[in-house]
Design a protein around this ligand. Sequence first.
Ligand SMILES: [Zn+2]
Length: 583
Amino acid sequence: MTIFHAQKKKTRLSSTEGIRETMAKATITIRQGLQYQPHQASWFAATAALFNRVAAFYFEVIQAHEKVLELSSKEALTALEQLTHRTRANPHPVMPLSEIAQEVPAMFRRAAIHAALGSAHSFSAHLKQWRARKEKAEAKGKKFTERPPVPPRTWNKSATLYAGMWKGRTASSLVIKVWTGTFWSWLKVRFTGRELPAGDVLGSPSLVRHGNRWWLHTPVEKQFTTPPKIAQQVTANLETKICAVDLNLDGPIAVCTVQTAEGTILSTRFIGGGREIADFRKRQLGRIAGNRNRTGLIVEGEQDNVALWRKIRTRDEEFAHLVSRRIVDFAQEQGATILVFEHLSKLRPEKGRYSRRGNRKRAFWMKGRIFRYAKYKAWHEGIITSRVSPRNTSRECARCHAPIARYAEGQLEEGYTPGVPLMLCKECDLRGHADRNASLVIGQRLITRYHEKQTQEKPLAPLATERESKDSGVGGSHEPETEAVGHSSLSERHGPSNGHGTAHERAETDGSPRSDMPPPLRCSPSWGYAPSTPNSAYGSVSEAAGLKTSRSVTQAEVHLVMSQRASGSTKVAQRNGGSHATA
Ligand SMILES: [Zn+2]
């Protein structure tokens, strides 16, 4: 077995001629729905309640012995058991666990201790930061009104089942030890959903409640080959495909384009749903504001509004997962190995009603979230994510880099109206959808960054011909370095919230398989790029070039994919007034 592995590895290494290959690890979470009898649900609930009671107890113990936080997690475990666990060698622990719960299995206790340690570390870090801010403010003689962080008031963690708390795992069932409320019992549970990938390292499963249903979440460690660096990909192979994403606050939430490193545009996808989520949010924020008018208060934790805030957060979270998954799926379908976004520019303060300002802010946060999730999901597919400067990406022409006119249908084709869909370049006559144009500029910016670095004297046409003279501010030198994405992003999964992690699998965003999603609608856009106007297309940067390589772009079609979650029914909006192209 060992020999076989060694051989396999060696073959792979020698096949990649000069490109150094390293292995990377990533953790994803597989979610499986449990099947159980109604009375067994109360056992899961009892198990979770006990877990939280024990974790809350240990949190208290840690607060009383803060030095524990300076220890390694192994030492901390030993110290905490010494403080709480009665044994023959340790007959009088300081704070005996037996006072709050009898008969806690060792591995159950340890999982709860680690959960408590996680929360305590996070709380302590927040407290430290708060103290630092306070000190700084006071040193400057400023008034400091920020309230200190508070320890968790309620505990709502999912019970993690360490080895010893489960056994006999098969593709469709598992035997777990549950607390019925009066005794411990082994229980065989069946589950549905994604099978665990073979050969990967399984972590400890958790018993997780979503609404009224119980799920099993299992972290899986996946090993894969680290993709070559972006610089290497872009300069060594002009066929390298880059998927660029323009994220918007409303309208099509994401517009993705795929182009090769030498600038051939291959395909476009519009991902919609931004309007629906904004409308939804606006309604909830309006209700919250209504409550405020009655109570004169607006606090996120305010009792009346707790459910409303949760609703908004859940929907935002789901939506970010859905959109990021679609982005990565598109990149993968198209064979892209690089994903590029623009850096978030600053959120400008908005005027207007509370619901409008709040909505804007959340839509803005959404962009950051989509980026993080997409980066994380892409990494699992061997796709590297990067970001470029956002400066004027939506104001310059993707073909000649002159400033564009942006206008709405029926408006004069001049000036620049932010947020409206159409663009026209008066220099080179390029017309099209403004967000698609921005997406192309984002992709080009990444390519140019590396090509400029490589050949200072001879920038590649057609990407950079006019940009030097016209728009030197856009150049690459001041742009932030590529962020190759590693498992640093995984740390998001291990936050104190004990949440579901960021690696929701494709089937899982809303608990239903992806095939439930509405199929993409294909239509020929009215805003140009249609095959009927080949001369107005990109010249050497023409989409026609892509037609040979990618069948899915044959009508230069646009896929409009709307979130069906908006009202529980499938909604597909057609943005075009043009004719349908049934390929
Ligand atoms: Zn132009």
